[in-house]
Design a protein around this ligand. Structure first.
Ligand SMILES: Nc1nc(=O)c2c([nH]1)NC[C@@H]1CN(c3ccc(C(=O)N[C@@H](CCC(=O)O)C(=O)O)cc3)C=[N+]21
Length: 283
């Protein structure tokens, strides 16, 4: 059996053209959606990601403002910038690129962002909204995974979903979103005793661990859907996911590639959230 590919680039293209249309309509009403991207320090990976986000905004007609600061920026100064962006009517979304330098309390910075502009969905109010089903921004990566499952018309109702990883930005919100779609959800993590016994039960596996090729073919039930959130480098320095793609693709029914899977969808959902924030601001 060879799995079908869930192409994050193709799906992104489709969703981004819808965003571009809606952004153009808002711009025509004098309210172009605006995203502020705040980058502190010179982490090379962050610079690449931030550039990709800015480029994606440009292509969708969303105005982006990149604010770049030295790694020595104080926490107080960063908080002051967030406060200014919170009240800037031309800015509808605020993204503070993570990780931040160690002397800055990232959670404190995130909580300083107005929940109305929290397009990353990292604010505690956004997490609470997701948990309770109230309106609010959903974190982009797990939301992108849900969009990929919707795209292949996969009905999660009554299915067993296994999420590997329990981070606040992927694993935990992913579990809540799957639960919201009426799946039976198991969350596995570093203290899980027999991971393979869990994943072999899964109709859907979401791997969000950060360990190259950790999900091997023997851990996957034939016909399962496999979503790979991993973003790692292999021995040759090549970008690879948490899934041993070359072998798992012969067992799964659907699989997402890395690159070209969840990554582009993460950026797409950031555009969707920014558009949504601007739409809400107009009323
Ligand atoms: N506040 C904040 N929000 C984030 O959303 C956030 C963050 N901080 N810090 C870093 C992580 C990482 N992240 C990625 C998004 C897209 C790709 C992506 O598009 N990857 C391409 C490949 C890119 C390449 O070639 O390196 C792909 O998978 O095809 C990767 C990584 C967002 N993050």
């Amino acid at each position: 059996m060879t799995a079908q590919l869930i192409d994050g680039i193709a799906l992104s293209k489709q969703l981004r053209s819808e965003v571009a249309q809606r952004a153009a309509a808002l711009t025509a009403r004098g309210r172009q959606p605006g995203l502020a991207v705040v980058l502190v320090g010179d982490n090379p990976a962050s610079q690449v990601y931030v550039r990709n986000k800015v480029k994606a905004c440009e292509e969708s007609g969303i105005r982006s403002v990149m604010e770049k600061y030295d790694a020595t920026l104080s926490e107080a100064d960063l908080l002051a910038r967030i406060t200014a962006l919170n009240t800037d009517p031309t800015i509808h979304g605020i993204l503070v690129q993570l990780p931040l330098p160690a002397h800055i309390d990232a959670q404190k910075v995130i909580e300083a962002i107005s929940p109305d502009k929290d397009v990353d969905g990292f604010h505690v109010a956004s997490a609470g909204a997701l948990m309770t089903g109230l309106p609010g921004f959903w974190p982009c990566t797990p939301h992108g995974c849900i969009k990929m499952l919707e795209h292949i018309d996969y009905d999660l109702k009554g299915k067993h979903a296994v999420v590997i990883g329990r981070s606040n930005i992927v694993g935990k919100p992913m579990a809540l979103m799957l639960l919201g779609k009426n799946a039976t959800v198991t969350v596995c993590h570093s203290a899980t005793k027999d991971l393979k016994a869990q994943t072999l039960q899964a109709d859907v596996i979401v791997a969000a661990v950060g360990k190259a090729k950790m999900l091997t073919a023997d851990m996957v039930k034939p016909g399962a859907v496999v979503i790979d959130v991993g973003m790692n480098r292999d021995e040759q320095g090549k970008l690879c996911g948490d899934v041993d793609f070359e072998r798992v693709k012969d067992v799964a029914s659907w699989i997402t590639p890395v690159p070209g899977g969840v990554g582009p969808m993460t950026i797409t959902m950031l555009l969707v959230n920014t558009l949504e924030a601007a739409q809400r601001a107009v009323g």
